[in-house]
Design a protein around this ligand. Structure first.
Ligand code: NAD
Length: 359
């Protein structure tokens, strides 16, 4: 067996329907008495419910989280935490809200209790991002890793199908890339394969039956594993392309992951045979790239960049940006091939299985 390094991220996880009941206990474990509750404006009602649960241990609510953590929002939230003398943050929401908690933790070291309500996975990673002057700067810092994560599938019951589907594909992307990451290791790979299986098997029911708690719980379990993979190993071409498209062309995060993933998988098909065998097994198909495309279609998620606001005449620029400072990738990143990949994703074409049989 090849040698490896395994870097566990020391987050505490409380999982299950009704797990939110344990919130008070989790805040108490941190020794905190003045929690600042974070949410997006749309999830203010959830933030109010959290504050009510915390009673005297809630110092206030900051409900202005938005996608990609603009610097002004981060600074306003930091000022509010300082004004209220908060000693912890409770973030209820998706990656945007948890990202805001991380921006506060980065400069104040306030511990975070994360209560994820999407499948994005940010709660399991020490990765933060703040956007200033149209540029998102990301980094890794152990101070931003939430101290406790409460996964309660009941909170996912309000997640509309149009957000749930792409969010689940975003989580699958973390697992796919973890399997062929430069620092892939057997433990993370176990989690990645199981994450793909759990998500792919549950997402069709998640989007079809909004009240199916069992399916939402299974997908949330997969999303936890996916977030853990993202936190443990580096990512590759797929994440590079999505960061480029999201950052430079302001495309929506989870939907961009959905449109790119089948094509990034097809791109790496021959270069990462062991990973592809595991992805295929988890999807129950011999054609992993095609199966990811079919899954996205089956759950009604967008598969064409042109439907996400990508300008046709900027594909060359995107291909150039993605190839200038590439992340590690099992197959060398080549401008012409990336342009072809982006063009296929732009039109929403089903990737063609090109895996060569071993001689
Ligand atoms: P999001 O947090 O922006 O949420 C999307 C919308 O869904 C918001 O309006 C939100 O209020 C709403 N919503 C969330 N949960 C809901 C629920 N249960 N019911 C009803 N509405 C709900 O979207 P996201 O995809 O979770 O996060 C995307 C952001 O997270 C991006 O900025 C991305 O870069 C970041 N991210 C970071 C990491 C990391 O490790 N740092 C990982 C994944 C994503």
């Amino acid at each position: 067996m090849r040698g490896f390094v395994f870097n566990a991220q020391p987050a505490r996880v409380v999982f299950g329907a009704g797990a939110l009941e344990r919130l008070g206990e989790e805040v108490e474990r941190l020794g905190a008495k003045r929690a600042l509750v974070l949410s997006t404006p749309e999830q203010r009602a959830s933030a109010q419910e959290i504050a009510a649960r915390l009673g005297p241990h809630a110092a206030g609510i900051y409900d202005k989280a938005v996608m990609h953590v603009p610097l002004e929002t981060a600074e306003a939230a930091r000022a509010e935490a300082a004004r209220l003398a908060a000693d912890c943050c409770v973030a209820i929401g998706g990656g945007s809200t948890i990202g805001l908690g991380k921006a506060i933790a980065l400069t104040s070291e306030l511990p975070i209790v994360a209560i994820p309500t999407t499948f994005a996975g940010s709660e399991m990673t020490p990765i933060y991002g703040v956007t200033a002057q149209g540029q998102k700067k990301t980094g890794r810092d152990p101070r931003v890793l939430p101290k406790a994560v409460i996964y309660d599938p009941q909170l996912l019951l309000t997640l509309p199908a149009r957000i749930a589907g792409p969010s689940g594909m975003n989580a699958i992307a973390h697992c796919v890339e973890a399997l062929y990451a430069q620092d892939a290791n057997p433990i993370t790979s176990l989690m990645a394969e199981e994450g793909i299986r759990a998500l792919a098997s549950s997402l069709p029911t998640v989007v079809r039956e909004s009240a199916n708690l069992e399916a939402r719980g299974e997908a949330l379990y997969g999303a936890w594993l996916a977030g853990a993979c993202l936190g443990q190993v580096g990512m590759a071409l797929h994440h590079k392309l999505c960061h480029t498209l999201g950052g430079t062309f302001n495309l929506p995060h989870a939907e961009t992951h959905t449109a790119i993933l089948p094509h990034a998988t097809a791109y790496n098909l021959d270069a990462a045979p062991e990973a592809m065998t595991r992805i295929a097994r988890a999807l129950g198909s011999i054609d992993p790239a095609g199966a990811l495309f079919d899954l996205a279609r089956a759950i009604g998620a967008p598969v064409a960049l042109k439907d996400l606001g990508m300008p046709r005449d900027r594909l060359e620029r995107a291909a150039r940006l993605a190839t200038e400072n590439p992340y590690y990738n099992p197959r060398p990143v080549d401008y012409e091939a990336i342009l072809a990949l982006l063009t296929a994703a732009y039109h929403g074409e089903r990737p063609i299985a090109t895996r060569r049989r071993a001689a």
